[in-house]
Design a protein around this ligand. Structure first.
Ligand SMILES: [Fe+2]
Ligand SMILES: [Fe+2]
Length: 309
């Protein structure tokens, strides 16, 4: 490899922040300019890299220090707030690694079994230390792409369910695993370099069914988890996909995961400080997106989220 260039890990890239240096891709044995200083890598682009199983991008060796400083400066932390407990942090990171394995593997079956194990521990941590405001806020600072989103949706779903009064450990484990694996079908969507954003969006419509099919052959995956995966884009008003299910035809636990899913997506779309984004995402759920969800569950979730943040 050319000594003039250094590799940088995909997770060193900060989504939504202007780049300090030029980024290069290594294609057909050549370094090709991909983005220049001041450009922004948005969440969709980042997810595309994850799904195309890209692990590295490149920068000029002389820009390395500048890049590392930038990456570190924007690494999530909120001054004045206590950090996550070590057990929770370890569990979250282990779950992220397992999810990355799923998204980056061509044969994810084994990775899914390992992710189920990691999910169990993570849900246990959430049950052990019922969340306070700072934990949820810290969690959503980790919001780069599909892997972070999966973990966020899992923890948020379990948190919301617990605050709603769901207390049975098995039920909470189903919600946690369903939340974690809800987008697993995206790993099976074939994306080509030449695909436009619209084409990628159209192809993505398949991901709930691809995800359910992926989990079909796995005997250790409970039906409840598979149902959450296949239904997570169904909407209460019948406008969702793939089966346009309506109202109570959507499984009770799916209706919680769907709210956490859209909330975390909105957090990635709106701009501002973490607190401004939380406020705006909650407002959007309450207005523009209200009809998509079970109104009783949404009202409760909004109260819980407002209290949590
Ligand atoms: Fe999805
Ligand atoms: Fe999602």
């Amino acid at each position: 490899m050319n000594k003039k260039y250094a590799g940088c890990d995909l997770n060193e890239i900060i989504v939504g922040e202007p780049l300090p240096t030029t980024l290069y891709l290594f294609i057909n044995s050549k370094f090709i300019t991909y983005r220049t200083p001041g450009d922004i890598i948005d969440r969709n682009t980042y997810i595309r890299f994850e799904l195309k199983k890209v692990k590295n991008l490149y920068i000029k060796q002389e820009d390395l220090e500048k890049f590392k400083l930038w990456s570190k400066k924007h690494t999530p932390e909120l001054p004045g707030l206590p950090p996550e407990t070590q057990d929770f942090q370890e569990s979250r990171q282990a779950t992220q690694r397992k999810m990355l394995d799923i998204f980056q593997s061509n044969h994810p079956d084994k990775a899914i079994t390992l992710a189920m194990g990691a999910s169990k521990k993570l849900v246990f941590e959430v049950i052990k230390f019922p969340y306070t405001a700072h934990n949820l806020t810290l969690l959503q600072l980790y919001s780069r792409g599909a892997v972070d989103h999966s973990v966020n949706v899992s923890v948020l779903s379990v948190y919301i369910a617990m605050q709603m009064g769901y207390s049975h450990a098995v039920t909470l484990q189903h919600i946690g695993a369903g939340g974690l694996l809800h987008d697993v079908g995206k790993s099976k969507v074939l994306i080509k370099d030449e695909d436009t954003e619209e084409i990628v969006r159209d192809k993505m419509i398949e991901h709930p069914m691809l995800g359910a099919a992926l989990l079909e052959g796995q005997e250790k995956i409970p039906n409840e988890v598979r149902t959450i995966v296949s239904q997570h884009h169904e909407c209460f008003d019948g406008s969702g996909y793939p089966n346009r299910l309506r109202g109570n035809a959507i499984y009770d636990l799916t209706r919680i995961v769907s709210i956490a899913n859209v909330f975390d997506d909105l957090m990635g779309e709106v701009r501002g400080t973490i607190y401004e984004r939380q406020k705006e995402a909650i407002e959007l759920l309450d207005t523009n997106y209200y009809n998509l969800f079970d109104p009783e569950k949404l009202d409760k979730s909004i109260k819980i989220l407002k209290k949590g943040f």
